[in-house]
Design a protein. Structure first.
Length: 596
């Protein structure tokens, strides 16, 4: 007899403790051997996830509690990866909404909760990090209820069960005054409040593909939930594609989930989440079904992208020197391969074979793709991100974002002033007791392009900025995004200390002495509004005369380090970002430079 099943997703704002809470559930369910060394955030297996401390890809695991198999899906908290959230919510029957006891609901809390409520799920609310100073658990619960009402939750959803927890300390409790040393109350809440999956094992097979994986031995692996019917290893099945075509194939391997491992299964029935091999051409949203009675499930719909940038084949003077994958065919194939797993991404060919229009949810969404490609050995260029406009009811509209800032009190005025110039409208302002203020704005998405670097300067690196897509609204006027001009190298060579020291009063540099540069490469920011070309390769004329004072020890100002995200925000409309496995360079477009 098949054991009882619960399918549940963990949703939350970024950094509210989803992955840490899943760690605690895994450890206390007996998933790991006694004495086994377990890393923190064990579900964040991707290298970029570990480096950045965020979840990028939705992943599933399974634990057993009192003979019940609990399938848990850990989802990203950042709105840029909302496509991951949207596609996996169809796999589950309930969700756990985690909220920080100190911060309360944040922009991405609104985003992920809205998606869950639209699916008809009734969340279990977990107020996390209750052991931190300045935690206000009941204040957080009140704010969550306000958010439920604001998002149009029905009466049943508003009567949500809630618990208090600390994922790091590994405990959950139903009441604050209760004593608790483990996650048992949360396990009990899942069994009580998450409904068992519905589905008839006697109906024709219907399994919807929600995630794609790859194995060197098995090829493409599809992961999804069985909505109806039974699936067995070795059986014949059919894939109903996005276009409605029916492709027959054999289930070569059937896998279930047990902790962090995949275990081989002979068969699985409705309600189970499984991995299936044998469907080499399957894509997300398609249905694996009975070949004699094919019945497709509705395709997964995700919100459309709001930001677009152009990927170019690298044509700089240093092209092909650092990357192995540099041709237009290689870049094109990689971008279109990304579409197979990245449901919120769009790639279009342009009138030039060397350019591709790539659309995504935000700068972080596109930035992760760029970083992944450069680590794989690709070399290319990208343009400044641009927002995607749409026509709504015959009126031109643009995407708007909900922006929440947590800043020191002395930075409040500067932030309000700059966001006002960028067409931001303040919705709320809350002064905390710890010398910090939380500001809430509604702002056009283009008003946020390039703002993060400015925000860091305004708050001296002590501000926290979060935003998520709100909706499309009629176009606002021009957005003022003030930025100084740039310092441009006008010859190819190696930057010297002598030349940079002489030009130091012109602005700040992005490079150090010894950096190879070429004509048109941006080497720094001018301290005036216009661009300035200069020679950073000039060397000191040597003579046989010695200065009376001798050579004094002189130093350059520290350069501004340009990370990928910072560079993406910084480049202007007539500039490009050259990305290689070893370097990130800013440059002027060649045609713009020629007109100067």
């Amino acid at each position: 007899m098949t054991p009882p099943i619960r399918n549940v997703a963990i949703i939350a704002h970024v950094d509210h403790g989803k992955t840490t809470l899943v760690d605690a559930l895994l450890k206390q369910s007996g998933t790991f051997r006694e004495g086994e060394e377990v890393p923190d955030c064990v579900m964040d297996s991707n290298t970029l996830e570990r480096e950045r401390g965020i979840t990028i890809l939705a992943k599933n695991t399974a634990v057993r509690y009192q003979n019940t198999l609990i399938n848990i899906v850990d989802t990203p908290g950042h709105a840029d990866f909302g496509g991951e959230v949207e596609r996996v919510l169809g796999m589950v029957d309930g969700c756990i909404l985690i909220v920080d006891a100190n911060e309360g609901p944040m922009p991405q809390t609104r985003f992920v909760l809205k998606k869950a409520l639209e699916k008809g799920l009734r969340p279990i609310v977990v107020v996390n990090k209750i052991d931190r100073p300045q935690a206000d658990p009941f204040g957080a619960i009140d704010k969550v209820l306000d958010l439920f009402l604001e998002l149009g939750a029905d009466d049943d959803q508003c009567e949500f069960p809630y618990l208090f927890a600390s994922g790091l300390a590994g405990f959950a409790k139903n009441n604050l005054e209760d004593e608790s040393t483990d996650m048992k109350p949360l396990f009990e809440a899942i069994l009580e409040h998450v409904p068992a999956p519905v589905g008839d094992p006697n109906k024709p097979l219907q399994l919807q593909v929600t995630t794609l994986d790859y194995s060197e031995y098995l090829g493409r692996i599809v992961i999804g939930r069985i909505h109806n019917g039974t699936i067995q290893t070795g059986q014949q099945a059919a894939l109903v594609t996005e276009t409605g075509a029916i492709v027959k194939a054999k289930v070569s391997k059937l896998l279930g989930f047990e902790g962090l491992k995949r275990v081989e299964l002979e068969s699985a029935t409705a309600g189970n989440i499984v991995a299936v091999a044998g469907f080499a051409d399957a894509n997300i949203g398609e249905t694996i079904t009975d070949p004699n009675n094919p019945q497709a499930l509705p395709l997964i719909k995700v919100d459309e992208p709001t930001l677009q940038m152009t990927f170019w084949v690298n044509d700089s003077p240093f092209a092909g020197q650092e990357g192995k994958l540099v041709t237009s065919r290689q870049v094109r194939d990689r971008l279109f391969r990304e579409l197979e797993t990245n449901v919120a991404l769009r790639v279009e060919e342009t009138d030039s074979p060397d350019k591709f229009a790539v659309s995504g949810r935000g700068e972080l969404h596109l930035g992760i793709l760029i970083e992944t490609m450069r680590r794989e050995g690709y070399e290319f260029q990208v343009s400044q991100p641009q927002v995607i406009y749409r026509e709504v009811n015959g009126q031109p509209c643009e995407p708007f974002e909900l922006l929440v800032l947590d800043v020191p009190e002395d930075a409040v005025g500067g932030c309000i002033e700059r966001l006002g110039q960028r067409k931001g409208e303040m919705q709320d302002m809350r002064v905390g007791g710890n010398g910090r203020t939380q500001l809430e704005f509604v702002i056009p998405a283009r008003g946020l392009i390039g703002f993060r670097g400015e925000f860091m300067r305004l708050t001296r690196g002590d501000g926290i900025m979060n935003h998520s897509f709100l909706d499309y609204r009629p176009l606002t006027g021009e957005v003022e995004t003030r930025r100084n001009g740039v310092l441009i190298s006008f010859e190819e060579g190696t930057a010297t200390f002598y030349a940079m020291k002489n030009a130091e009063d012109r602005g700040v540099f992005f490079i150090t002495p010894g950096t190879r540069v070429y004509k048109g490469m941006i080497v720094g920011e001018h301290n005036r509004p216009q661009d300035l070309e200069l020679n950073v390769c000039k060397t000191k004329q040597l003579t046989n005369h010695r200065a009376a004072s001798g050579d004094e020890l002189v130093q350059l100002q520290a350069p501004v380090e340009m990370s990928l995200e910072r560079a993406l925000e910084y480049i202007g409309p007539d500039e490009l970002l050259e990305v290689t496995p070893q370097s990130i360079r800013l440059r002027k477009m060649a045609k713009k430079l020629a007109k100067r």
